[in-house]
Design a protein around this ligand. Structure first.
Ligand code: ZN
Length: 255
């Protein structure tokens, strides 16, 4: 990480335009934005979300929902609610947005000007793997000599570090609430990190607010954010689209 870049990191937007707009408004200024996948699926604004993400982010990796909603893969392995949402999304997307989703690369990818950083959806070893606990993170942390990896997929903000062969979980110090809040993580030069910026459009850590992160490569610091958004608006759209009610209700509780 020699150069000085300010990077906005978003992941798992899942067709939630209200949450995405709130994150973009709350973000500090950035030089480049990276999307870690799952732009669509679950939420009721797939086209608007794809178009906004394309406008804002210069780099993208694909997520499993991007694949399923664009027909690159099937919905095998999806629960019935996720499969229903994927089919609805597929039929709602414009041909151009479908084509864009189909063309997304799988990770790991790198970003010009950011050496020693990689970006994936699930894990550097497998784009569909969930990194939930430190036991899941050890193999990719030990196996990839990359100091900093950003990942998504789990919808859990935080991540893991490896220092002196010891793995630890990282939880941003952000209290639940209804206002915008953030927490900083200073990176240790001698540690390795796997960092999840959190889910923009469907957090699953019990906090309903939209999550994202911001990297200052010069200061070697990551800022985690939680941002209130028009959750009632996002829920209304889901119900109006006649998507399963559960997809609306879970947004209020962050599960
Ligand atoms: Zn996801």
């Amino acid at each position: 990480m020699v150069s000085s870049l300010r990077v906005l990191l978003i992941s798992d937007v899942h067709g939630n335009l209200e949450a995405l707009e709130a994150c973009l408004e709350a973000s500090p200024p950035f030089d480049v934005a990276v999307n870690l996948g799952d732009v669509v699926g679950y939420g009721a604004s797939p086209n608007e979300t794809v178009e906004r993400v394309r406008e804002v982010c210069r780099f993208h990796v694909r997520g499993n929902h991007d694949r399923a909603c664009s027909g690159v893969s099937g919905v095998e392995g999806f629960n019935p609610v996720a499969a229903m949402a994927a089919n609805w999304t597929h039929s709602s997307l414009t041909p151009e947005n479908l084509e864009w989703l189909r063309s997304l690369p799988h990770g790991p990818i790198s970003v010009d000007g950011l050496a020693d950083v990689q970006f994936v959806h699930g894990s550097p070893l497998d784009e569909d793997e969930y990194l939930i606990g430190v036991a899941d993170a050890l193999e990719p942390l030990l196996g990839f000599p990359v100091p900093l990896t950003f990942f998504g997929h789990s919808h859990l903000q935080g991540g893991f570090s490896l220092y002196r062969d010891r793995g630890s979980e990282l939880h941003p110090q952000i209290d639940h609430g209804d206002v915008c809040d953030s927490s900083e993580l200073r990176l240790n030069q001698r540690a390795r990190y796997l960092i999840n910026p959190g889910s923009v459009g469907q957090p699953r850590d019990g906090d309903w607010r939209a999550g994202f992160a911001w990297l200052d490569s010069d200061a070697r610091a990551i800022q985690f954010f939680r941002v209130p958004y028009d959750v009632e608006g996002a829920k209304r759209r889901i119900l109006e689209a006649q998507l399963p009610e559960r997809l609306a209700m879970r947004l209020s509780i962050g599960r």
